[in-house]
Design a protein around this ligand. Structure first.
Ligand code: PGA
Length: 252
């Protein structure tokens, strides 16, 4: 683990959750976090935008941080349906995920756009969780590290610091599939990301690096013990308190 990095387990709820069940889930998590009483790993939940206000209220006084799943590049204006980073900050968010592969695919988001979104997050005082990862075809073609290099260079702004940036490696083929890379494959990519970030600027050595893609209670311990993995971005398993908590307990 990089000396200045923090450990972070973040739940990405995606387009899941209605109010009643979601408030039960966060109430349960807040209770467990209070009982646990340890500052590390840091815990965050990223519900859909419709639930940010209510989940934020339910987390008041809890160490669990609130995050969002996307933001616009602009602060305000004529952008129907979009939400700015300033609005997320206003709802009590600490983090915003940018560049998730589902947005890169479903909404055609380029690394340049992802970088602008991360810059918008910084300007609003939010931490950006910047996602990158190769497709299965790219891995099969032996292009994984080239893709990671390009996405890192394209998506991470010059204004990135260890305080405002988290990078999540999420192989697209591992997301929601129940398949995970081997620990050697994760170690290879994470060591590479660390090296690339240091090459960009020495102080970026301390940027927190997450692994994401089919993390669950049963594999968390092994994945979270991989060198240069400081936490996890969790999708499906973040929707049940027991499952999410098992991952948190699996963190060193
Ligand atoms: P998953 O999703 O844990 O359901 O694979 C992870 C993510 O997309 O962030």
């Amino acid at each position: 683990m990089a000396s200045g990095a923090r450990r972070l387990i973040a739940g990405n709820w995606k387009m899941n959750g209605l109010k009643a069940d979601s408030l039960k889930l966060v109430g349960d998590l807040a209770e467990r976090a209070k009982k646990r009483g340890k500052p590390s790993p840091e815990i965050a939940v990223c519900p859909p935008a419709t639930l940010l206000a209510d989940v934020g209220k339910a987390l008041a006084g809890s160490p669990i941080k609130l995050g969002a799943q996307d933001c616009h590049t602009k602060v305000s204006g004529a952008h129907t349906g979009d939400i700015s980073a300033a609005m997320l900050k206003d709802q009590g968010c600490t983090y915003v995920i940018v560049g998730h592969s589902e947005r890169r695919t479903d909404h055609g988001e380029s690394s340049a756009l992802v970088r602008s979104k991360a810059e918008a997050a910084y300007a609003a005082g939010l931490g950006a969780i910047i996602c990158i990862g190769e497709t299965e075809a790219q891995r099969d073609a032996g292009q994984t590290l080239d893709v990671i290099k390009d996405q890192l260079a394209g998506s991470v702004p010059d204004g990135a610091t260890p305080a405002n940036t988290v990078v999540a490696y999420e192989p697209v083929w591992a997301i929601g599939t129940g398949r995970t890379p081997t620990t050697d494959q994760v170690a290879e990519v994470h060591a590479f990301m660390r090296k690339e970030l240091i090459a960009k600027r020495a102080d970026l050595a301390d940027v927190t690096l997450l692994y994401g893609g089919s993390v669950k209670g049963s594999n968390a311990k092994e994945l979270l013990a991989v060198p240069n993995v400081e936490g996890a971005l969790v999708g499906g398993a973040a929707l049940k308190a027991d499952d999410f908590w098992q991952i948190i307990e699996g963190s060193p």
